[in-house]
Design a protein around this ligand. Structure first.
Ligand code: SF4
Length: 293
């Protein structure tokens, strides 16, 4: 289950492959973007009425969750309510701040991303806030590993022709050796990206990279850094809220909504006619997204 800590689209990066869309507020300012009490109330509500079989809570957001100044209290609050493990999906850009490392220390799993290690590639793929350097990001991850007792699953997303060169891979391996993650998740562009030119690697290329990184590495087929959590709203509003965060195929949407194909079709057809949502083709699939006009 995903818990959103920042609204779309507040982030320290503006990644070319981002599925949430272009960053509208690129910032390093930590604050209580969503009231902490409201987040904990939603989790409490979910525990009383939601699916009891979830395997973990994912703290994420339509942006960077460590920008939420109370993320430490939220992690502790969620853990006090339930034994379900808490995972944090972060781009890792703020881990060079001791306070942020302290905030995340109570999480069971931290999944930081690291898509590049050279300055040029970092700027090209992640388009970071000017106050962030890739050296700081790597140092933050190395320091975090020294103090953090939980699992670190490092996530790397590959875009063709940007961060998949031999040189970048070699440098990345050296950085990973210093970070010592428990697992390495590799992925590529499988959902409509912010920039249409951000292209995916093919399966042969991904397997080659997996082999290069060794036994800790696995290819993640369903890249989902932005799990969704919506409650207390009607079906059409839910669809809009979900599609505002990222485009989804009909099948994905039907799974998210826990609705049959027939029910979903009946709900969506009028929404398409009214111009509230529209379709967009990416690769071989058709995705639904919110009409911006
Ligand atoms: S992919 Fe994550 S880190 Fe990159 S811009 Fe989107 S929300 Fe931010």
């Amino acid at each position: 289950m995903g818990v959103d800590l920042v609204p779309p689209k507040v982030c320290t990066y503006d990644c070319v492959y981002c599925q949430v869309g272009k960053t509208t507020k690129k910032t390093l300012r930590r604050k209580e973007y969503v009231p902490t009490a409201e987040v904990l109330e939603e989790v409490r509500d979910f525990l009383l009425t939601g699916d009891p079989s979830i395997d973990h809570f994912s703290l994420s957001g339509s942006g960077e969750p460590t920008l939420h100044s109370q993320i430490g209290s939220i992690i502790q609050g969620v853990k006090a309510m339930s034994p379900i493990p808490v995972a944090v999906l972060t781009n890792g850009s703020l881990l060079h701040f001791e306070r942020v490392r302290g905030d995340l220390r109570h999480a069971d799993i931290v999944l930081p991303s690291l898509d590049a290690v050279s300055r040029e590639v970092f700027v090209r793929i992640n388009r970071p806030h000017r106050g962030i350097s890739v050296e700081k990001v790597i140092e933050g991850l190395v320091e975090f590993r020294k103090v953090y007792q939980g699992q670190i699953w490092l996530e790397i997303l590959f875009c063709k022709g940007i961060n998949d060169t031999e040189d970048e891979l070699l440098q990345m391996k050296r950085a990973i050796d210093r970070i010592e993650p428990d697992r390495i998740h590799i992925n590529t562009v499988i959902r409509p990206p912010t920039e249409p030119w951000a292209a995916a690697l093919n399966s042969g290329e991904m397997e080659r990279i997996q082999g290069f990184f060794g036994e800790k590495a696995s290819i993640i087929s369903e890249f989902d850094r932005h799990p969704l959590f919506v409650s207390k709203i009607d079906v059409k509003e839910k669809i809009i809220r979900i599609l505002e965060r990222r485009p989804l195929s009909f099948v994905d949407l039907s799974e998210r909504m826990a609705l049959s194909k027939k029910e979903l079709e009946a709900t969506m057809q009028p929404m398409v006619k009214e111009g509230k949502i529209k379709t967009r083709r990416f690769g071989d699939s058709v995705y639904y997204e919110v009409s911006k006009s």
